[in-house]
Design a protein around this ligand. Structure first.
Ligand SMILES: CC(C)(COP(=O)(O)OP(=O)(O)OC[C@H]1O[C@@H](n2cnc3c(N)ncnc32)[C@H](O)[C@@H]1OP(=O)(O)O)[C@@H](O)C(=O)NCCC(=O)NCCS
Length: 163
């Protein structure tokens, strides 16, 4: 199984928008969001991901087939400038629990050595289990886990720039 990340370009905007709807649909199931009358789940601010130099977006392919996306930002929500975050991360359901999310995360971390901050909302129990497992293995246990400063979930921090 070949897991590949391709940097998204302007022409990929419609693809990202559609995938984002599936991602928001998943979140709606755990966070009680309601769909709008136009049949869409809000409008996630994704334009900046190919115009803002501090943001990078990737489409995920498994054996050449589209399987998800990852949005990375330099300037994490709580740590700010100089720390990266994975702002959004999504693997299509049919590809889950096969190690693909983990492989994608490792590839992204390897691309950007330095300080990282990952946060998950309390209701996303699966994401908390996923990130805890992946980060613990990736860092060999050298990471911090603490409550999010806003009290709304869990936060992991590590630095892969000193390995
Ligand atoms: C979270 C997500 C990215 C995981 O992707 P994935 O490809 O299924 O992850 P992996 O197969 O690499 O999982 C690695 C490990 O993480 C843990 N894990 C993953 N999904 C889990 C779940 N639903 N429940 C509990 N543990 C889970 C397990 O330890 C798993 O190893 P195992 O399958 O050998 O038990 C995927 O479920 C997803 O896209 N969810 C919806 C969007 C989302 O929540 N994104 C994260 C936002 S913070």
């Amino acid at each position: 199984m070949k897991v590949e990340l391709r940097k998204a370009r302007a022409r990929d905007v419609p693809v990202l928008r559609r995938l984002m709807q599936l991602y928001l649909y998943d979140f709606a199931a755990i966070d009680g969001w309601t769909i709008h009358d136009d049949g869409l789940y809000g409008d996630a601010a994704i334009e900046g991901y190919w115009t803002d130099p501090k943001r990078t977006s990737f489409l995920v392919y498994v054996d050449g087939a589209l399987a998800g996306f990852v949005l990375v930002r330099d300037g994490a929500r709580f740590a700010g400038e100089g720390t990266r975050e994975i702002s959004e991360f999504f693997v299509l359901r049919r590809h889950r629990r096969q190690g693909i999310g983990g492989e994608v995360a490792r590839q992204v971390f390897d691309m950007f050595p330095g300080k990282w901050e990952l946060t998950q909302i309390t209701s996303n129990v699966a994401a908390q289990a996923f990130w805890r497992q992946i980060i613990a293995a990736y860092t060999g246990g050298r990471y911090q886990e603490q409550p999010r400063p806003d009290g709304e979930g869990t936060m992991h921090r590590f630095d892969n720039g000193r390995r």
